[in-house]
Ligand binder design. Structure first.
Ligand code: NAD
Length: 487
């Protein structure tokens, strides 16, 4: 098996196995080949990981932020040196083309360690509050043991986006990757130790939806950060609430992308394609409801069809491949069922909808698909598909499109393409979403906060804002005079 790790879990600085855990097969989605066989964490493994984190955390928290940051920045350097190897592993884990993973996965994880390693020394300061004579000050203190639970679309990035701010702030982490993509996070753990991270601070355990609750319900866990679907978010939030644990919820979306008739059409089409087909459409912030103003609809669709049909689909390890398979057969079946619903409910299939020619038939490939004449009530316009399916909806005026764009339970992201600068800002001001783009789409550099509103979650990843979600304030009031008691 070509991607078999040394063992299933990484705890207290080393690989650990417990064959009593149920078997997790890691399947390369491009061929259906089993590339690794791992075991889900048993309760004993969960205990071991949390105990290691709990033991290691106080000493780490007592180090200066500069010293912690130095280790994280070294991890970033190692990730960059090993970008090719890590990207190939990410491609095997997910099926995403190497053309993408080489620029978007380990590199964005490395950015995260570099950024949080750098800001740790400057961004964890408190305030001095003068009270006339007396004064107070605040300290930003780590939470303790944090749990990260990941989705399968960006396994290495998610492992770093949660790990970097948690560690920078002085916490320890136990991370559980998705059962579909168990491999990448183990390498991140290994690299952190190689960079000098003391053992026990970043642990990885495998498991599925039955393992997650063992972590979320554990009394020694102070915080849970989940990246996953809305239904999972509800369950994890509820379980965390029982122990009054801190939570960050990075959940699903059905984001609007609005194209006004004065937009640069080639850019708008490029943005819509990136926001629907990148990572084979498996991106939470995708702009899957593309509202196009009626005057440019025909031109938009004609050019979109042409560009979509030119997408190179194939072996993800080939540098030229632009679109790989879906992560799993189950996910592809789900996407196909939405395509069937789209057709049955009267949407017009512009292109795609089937299995592409000339691909490995054991792979979970699907054509990039565009539906036009989609209406707000259709299932494909309301539910998150999480595959390469773009829905194009028509609109006439600004007020109408803003109201329709907001008529969803989700609120992760939104985008606007227009040449009118005042309209651009007016519209984003009214859109209900956590992360918005003007004249571009889906760019998430580590410097900017990322996260959702409404049912898409809360808390923010990336940027200095993320540190607030991995720390809490301690306030100290200092009395400078004598205590005057009335009794
Ligand atoms: P999922 O909700 O099925 O699983 C996510 C993770 O939660 C997995 O590791 C899973 O094992 C675990 N899990 C499931 N049930 C659990 C429970 N009861 N307690 C604890 N853990 C549990 O999601 P997925 O299919 O892996 O990923 C796709 C979803 O993730 C989509 O909805 C997508 O929009 C969302 N997503 C969101 C973001 C974001 O940043 N907002 C990023 C990527 C993906």
């Amino acid at each position: 098996m070509r991607a078999q790790p040394k063992a299933s879990h990484f705890i207290d600085g080393e690989y650990v196995e417990d064959a009593a855990g149920s078997v997790i097969e890691s399947i390369y989605p491009a061929t259906g080949e089993v590339i690794a066989r791992l075991h889900a964490a048993t309760p004993a493994i969960v205990e071991k990981a949390i105990a290691a984190a709990k033991r290691a955390q106080p000493e780490w928290a007592a180090m200066s932020p500069t010293a912690r940051g130095r280790i994280l920045k070294r991890a970033a350097e190692i990730m960059r040196e090993r970008n090719r190897e890590l990207s190939e592993l990410e491609t095997l884990d997910t099926g995403k083309p190497i053309q993408e993973t080489i620029v978007a996965d380990p590199t964005s994880g490395a950015d995260s360690f570099e950024f949080f390693g750098g800001v740790a020394a400057a961004a964890l300061n408190g305030d001095y509050i003068p009270l006339g004579g007396d004064f107070a000050y605040t300290k930003r203190v780590p939470l303790g043991v944090c749990v990260g639970i990941g989705a399968w679309n960006y396994p290495q990035q998610i492992a770093c986006w949660k790990g970097a701010p948690a560690l920078a702030a002085g916490n320890a982490m136990v991370f559980k990757p998705s059962e579909n993509t168990p491999l990448g996070a183990l390498k991140i753990a290994e690299i952190l130790v190689e960079a000098g991270l003391p053992k026990g601070l970043y642990n990885v355990i495998q498991g599925d939806r039955s393992t997650g609750p063992l972590l979320v319900n554990h009394p020694d866990v102070a915080k849970v950060s989940l990246t996953g679907s809305v239904p999972t978010g509800r369950k994890v939030y509820e379980a965390a609430a029982a122990g009054l644990r801190h939570v960050t919820m990075e959940l699903g979306g059905k984001s609007p992308l609005i194209v006004f008739d004065d937009a640069d059409l080639e850019s708008a089409i490029g943005g819509a394609m990136l926001g629907n087909f990148y990572s084979t459409g498996q991106v939470c912030s995708n702009g899957t409801r593309v509202f196009v103003q009626r005057k440019v609809k025909d031109a938009f669709l004609a050019r979109l069809k042409e560009r979509t049909e030119a997408i190179v689909i194939g072996d993800p390890m080939e540098e030229a491949t632009q679109l790989g398979p879906m992560v799993s057969k189950a996910q592809r079946d789900k996407v196909f069922s939405y395509i069937e619903k789209g057709k049955a409910e009267g949407a017009r299939l512009v292109t795609g909808g089937g299995i592409p020619n000339a691909v490995n038939t054991e792979g979970t490939y699907i054509q990039p698909t565009v539906f036009a004449d989609v209406t707000d009530e259709m299932t494909i316009a309301r539910e998150e598909i999480f595959g390469p399916v773009m829905c194009v909806l028509d609109f006439d005026d600004e007020a109408e499109v803003v109201a329709r764009a907001n008529a969803t339970e989700f609120g992760l992201s939104a985008g606007v393409f227009t040449a009118d600068i005042t309209r651009a800002h007016r519209v984003v001001d009214q859109l209900e979403a956590g992360t918005l783009w003007i004249n571009t789409y889906n760019l998430c550099p580590v410097e900017i906060p990322f996260g959702g509103s409404k049912q898409s979650g809360f808390g923010r990843e990336n940027s200095v804002a993320a540190l607030n979600h991995y720390t809490e304030l301690k306030t100290v009031y200092v009395g400078m005079g004598k205590v005057e008691a009335p009794y």
